[in-house]
Design a protein around this ligand. Structure first.
Ligand SMILES: NC(=O)c1ccc[n+]([C@@H]2O[C@H](COP(=O)([O-])OP(=O)(O)OC[C@H]3O[C@@H](n4cnc5c(N)ncnc54)[C@H](O)[C@@H]3O)[C@@H](O)[C@H]2O)c1
Length: 218
């Protein structure tokens, strides 16, 4: 059975940190120098103790009665998330979703630099989408190895996802951001993060359903 890899920081905290960053970036634009846990927790409807624990993971130390320096907190969160360094990525599957991801310019702010895209469809190969060249998928492992690519993004259908992951492993890619609804099998040294909008939608609709049922019973 495959081992579940454990990390020293809890995943829910990792998932909340980008939201804190969003609030802090706004405060920086408004020239705010300091911020408290209570302020952040009120903005995001979270428990202040939870926010304090999450922020402590980044190593930041607040000043009594003043709070945290906004700039320092931004820097610490970015460093914790690994967004303070630029990572080169490639994307495989330049269909609807792949094209949308290539067009999302803000990934660069998070240190994600998509340097090439790959597909198997001759109608897509040779095109340049949002400044990124689309190459034949067979060329991916070699390019990944040569350019020391860190992250592979999978946006092919679920039937092709494992074979694409295998090619990424051949190319010594260490992190796979998988958008296909497929549980991938990879060596232990490769980290896979599955990104599913349907999970988020499921949370929304089940909360709506629960709230509707609770209203009916009042
Ligand atoms: N994670 C999410 O929230 C989310 C949201 C939408 C779609 N998806 C998933 O993303 C994937 C893509 O969806 P889409 O709507 O963009 O599909 P699409 O059919 O528009 O695009 C898929 C692309 O992959 C290419 N492809 C197929 N097999 C390949 C292979 N072996 N090597 C290289 N390229 C290959 C196809 O030529 C095509 O260009 C699907 O798995 C879908 O379920 C996930």
């Amino acid at each position: 059975m495959r081992k579940i890899r454990k990390f020293s920081a809890p995943e829910p905290s990792m998932r909340r940190l980008p939201a804190y960053l969003h609030v802090l970036t706004r405060l920086l634009r408004e020239n705010r120098l300091y911020v408290s846990c209570t302020f952040i927790s009120n903005e995001l409807y979270l428990d202040p103790t939870q926010v304090r624990k999450d922020l402590a993971l980044t190593g930041i130390v607040g000043k009594p009665r003043v709070g945290y320096s906004v700039q320092e907190l931004i820097d610490k969160i970015k460093a914790f998330l690994g967004w303070d360094v630029q990572r080169d990525a490639i994307l495989v599957g330049v269909g609807n979703l792949g094209t949308a991801l290539l067009g999302y310019q803000r990934f660069r702010l998070y240190g994600l630099n998509i340097v090439a895209a790959f597909d198997k469809d001759p109608r897509r190969i040779g095109k340049t989408i949002f400044g990124v060249d689309v190459l034949p998928v067979e060329k991916m492992p070699n390019l990944a190895l040569r350019k020391k690519i860190d992250i592979g993004i999978i946006t092919v259908g679920e039937d092709a996802a494992q074979e694409v992951a295998d090619l990424m492993v051949q190319g010594f890619i260490k992190g796979i951001w998988n958008f296909a609804p497929k549980a991938l099998i990879v060596p232990d040294n490769v980290i896979v993060e599955n990104a599913q909008l349907s999970v988020s939608l499921g949370v929304l609709t089940s909360k709506m359903k629960l709230s509707e049922t609770e209203k009916d019973t009042v």
